[in-house]
Design a protein around this ligand. Sequence first.
Ligand code: HEC
Length: 168
Amino acid sequence: MTTRSYLVCGVLLLAGCNDASSKASKDQGDKGEAAPKGAVADRSLPGNPFAKSVDAILDGKKLYLNYGCAACHGMGGGGGMGKPLIDDEWKFGSDDKTLFKLVRGEIPNQTMPNAIGKSLTDDEVWKVLMYVRSIYAGDPGKIDWTVPPPVPPTRVQPTVPFVVVPVR
Ligand code: HEC
């Protein structure tokens, strides 16, 4: 019994050592799956931890298409059945925390369904919101979040809806 617990300890220690040096290990969703390589979260930022990550915008775009956000808000966020996401009108507010709660389905009187948000990890919600930030076309003076970095044209991928990417 005792020997066995020592063994387990040893293994955990080793794993711990490797882990500490790997920055990528921090960048995991709260449900434990590895985040796509590239988008590194900066938890010291006040709002969206991916606010400065181009990779997060690209990951977020895939999430936006794969999780059906486009079905209600339009491919480019221009609206449809749901509200447009690119203008400067926000039903509950435009700050990071409010939109996080909305996508998560935690605003009591929201009509947007909460099922999608509940199946996303925290980091996935932040990433999909990075895509939402990146398509904003409203008054720049009304921004109360960190303006996302521009996506270099070489990194813009053609939009192919409903392709299954291993996001989870
Ligand atoms: C079934 C339709 C539907 C789907 C799917 C949907 N939404 Fe919404 N969304 C809405 C509605 C309706 C609102 C207006 C707010 C409300 O009444 O809840 C909204 C509001 C929003 C807003 C705030 C817009 C504003 O002007 O206030 C954001 C951001 C947003 N949705 C993002 C998303 C994202 C990201 C996804 C995918 C994970 C998504 N939505 C999926 C219907 C939808």
